[in-house]
Design a protein around this ligand. Structure first.
Ligand code: HEM
Length: 167
């Protein structure tokens, strides 16, 4: 994070990133509204519902980061991201909240792949390729949780982050 922050926290890069997120939210909500009644196929439905989740997730996630940074004056680092995941009952919210975000990201890509891809690769049809992307998302979410929870690697949350979990 320290290494990547030099890039994505650069004022110019971060402004572009946040504008891109805003464009995704606004265009995503509009597309959800226009397409929700006409989506009949499973991947089309996955496309619009993962899009809606990502839009709502972006609003909550990026607002939380900025409240943490500008109002709570915390370093929004690893501990900021994982405090809720590592404490009960906050994890009852954070596990599905983060899992659905990662799975929705992969699900969204899988839906677009299914829409655009016409070719079979090594005998795998576009629908099998798209399902593979979706399943990869699920396993990736599990891997991320493995890395972020103290069940496995003993993450101790520093005192200043306990405000996030109501302690
Ligand atoms: C387990 C899942 C996740 C965790 C623990 C997490 C954690 C964090 C943290 C700690 C930050 C603050 C970074 C900093 O201050 O340098 C952040 C920022 C951000 N995250 Fe996530 N995140 C997760 C998933 C996602 C996903 C799935 C997306 C996008 C689809 C996403 C998009 C962003 C964006 C756009 C920012 C703002 C970056 C900035 O302002 O420069 N995050 N996240």
């Amino acid at each position: 994070m320290d290494t990547l922050r030099v890039v994505y926290r650069n004022i110019f890069v971060e402004t572009i990133l946040l504008i891109a997120v805003l464009v995704q939210i606004v265009s995503g909500l509009k597309l959800f509204n226009t397409n929700r009644k006409t989506a009949r196929l499973s991947f089309k439905k996955l496309h619009i519902w993962t899009g809606l989740y990502l839009a709502v997730f972006f609003i909550i996630h990026v607002s939380a980061v900025f409240v943490g940074r500008l109002i709570l004056r915390l370093d929004t680092n690893f501990y900021f991201g994982v405090a809720g995941l590592n404490s009960f009952p906050a994890n009852l919210f954070f596990i599905p909240y983060y899992a659905l975000a990662i799975i929705s990201f992969f699900g969204h890509i899988a839906s677009i792949h299914n829409k655009k891809m016409k070719q079979t690769i090594l005998g795998f049809t576009p629908i099998v390729q798209s399902l593979t992307i979706l399943i990869l998302g699920f396993f990736f979410a599990m891997l991320v949780f493995y890395g972020l929870t103290n069940k496995f690697n003993g993450v101790a949350i520093p005192k200043e982050y306990e405000v996030l979990i109501g302690k």
